[in-house]
Ligand binder design. Sequence first.
Ligand code: GAP
Length: 446
Amino acid sequence: MTDDEQGGSTASSTDGLMEKVVNLCKRRGFVFPSAEIYGGFRSTYDYGPLGVNMLRNVKDAWWRSMVKMRDDVVGLDAAILSPAAIWAASGHLENFTDPLVDCRKCKERWRADRIDGVCPNCGSTDFTEPRSFNLMFKTHAGPVEDEGTVAYLRPETAQGMFTNFANVLTTTRKKPPFGIAQVGKSFRNEITPQNFVFRTREFEQMEMEYFVPPAEASKWFEYWLAERLAWYRDLGMPDDLLRVRHHEADELSHYSAQTADIEFLFPWGWDELEGVANRGDFDLQAHIKGSGERLEYFDQASGERYVPHVIEPALGATRAMMVFLLAAYAEDEVAGEARTVLHLDWRLAPYQVAVLPLSRKEELAGLSRRVLSMLQPHYMCDYDTTQSIGRRYRRQDEVGTPWCVTIDFDSLEDGAVTVRDRDTTEQVRCPVDGLLAELASRAAPG
Ligand code: GAP
C-alpha cells in the first residue's frame, strides 16, 4: 500500500486510530484499494460487501431526513457527463482551481496552500511559481475530439439542481421555500488526494439546494446549519467530535455569500466534514445569463417575480461514512478478553442482525433458516455458521452488528432464541414469535 492508501503520513503518524480503521476496512471488506491486482490506482477505492451496505445506509439516512420526511424537498438524479456550457456559466472553468507548484529538487507536485513552503517529500524549499490548476476532469463526448465535443465529469452535483430549476418548478408546483436534493458521484482531479477516503478524485456527494425568497436567506442558512447538526446527533455522533466554523470573507468560494463548515475532529485535527453555504442568487443568475432562460419564480398571489436565493448543505457520502467509522471505533474488554467494536447506530451498520446457529449440525439449520427468512425483509442480515460462537460474536462486534440472534438446541424444544446486544453484550432469551417485536423495541425510531 502507498502512504496515500494507508491514510497519509500526517494521520497515521499522529494517531493509531486512522491506521486501525483503514486496516479494519480492508480486512473486513468495507473498502479496498482500487485495481489492487494491478498494483492499485492511486487514491481510488472500491467499496466491498460491508462498505457498500454501510455507504448505502449513510445515503439512505440522509435521503430520509432531507427528502422522505419533508414535503418541501424533492429529489433529482442528474447526468454526471455535462457540457462545457454549464461549467462556463457556473464559473468552474475559470475559478475551480487550486494553486499548483512543482518542487524543483524532487519534481513532486503540490497544492501551494497545503505545504507551508516545505516539500513534504524531500524537504526542499525551492518551488516553481504557483499556477492555477483546474480540478475538473475533461473528456470528449462522441468520436470526434474537438472543442465542440468537450465534456466534463461534474465536480459537484449542485449544478444539476440549478439547470433543472425550471423543470422541477413546473412539474412539482413547489414554491419557495423549497429544495432539490441529489446524491451521486462527483469527480475532482485533486492535486493531493489524501487520508484514505477523506479526499479522493472520485467520490459521492449528498447535496441539497434550498430555494428561498431573497429576504429569508439568512434565516434559512441558520435553519439548515442547525438541521444538519441535528442529523449527526440523531445518528449517534458525539457532540465533542463536531464543531461549526464560519468562513472568513477571504476564504469564501467564488459562489458563496456566507459559508459555515461542520468540522469533525479527525486523527490529524479539525477538518471539513460538510459545508453549509448561502449561495445567494449567484448560480441562477449565472445560468440565466448563460442559457437565456427565465430561471425565476412568479408568485401569482402577490404578482411578485424574483430569482430565489439558495442555501446549500453539501456533504461527501464517502467522507461521512469514514467519519461515522472513526467515531464508532473502540477497543474494550469483554470477560477479560480484548475486543474491537464499532458502536455504529443500527441504521448505519452494514448488518443489523447476525443469525448464528450454535452449531453446524443439520438439526439447527431448519429453524435457523426460518429465523433468517423472517428477519430479512426488515433487516440486513448476516448468516454465519463458522467458528466458535464467541469468535463469531467478536467478528460481528468488529463490524458493528448491533444484534446477534443465536439458535441453540434448546430452541428446538422451547421455540426461543438468544438475542445478544453488541454494546452491553447482554443476552436475553426471546420466543421466535416475539423476535421481530423484540428487535423493533431496540431499534430507535427512524
Ligand atoms: N456544491 C458545493 C460543494 O461541492 P464542497 O465544499 O467543494 O462544496 C462539499 O464539497 C462536500 O463534498 C465537502 O464538505 C466534502 O464532504 C465533500 N468533498 C469535497 N471534495 C471531496 C473529495 N475530493 N473527496 C471526498 N469528499 C469530498
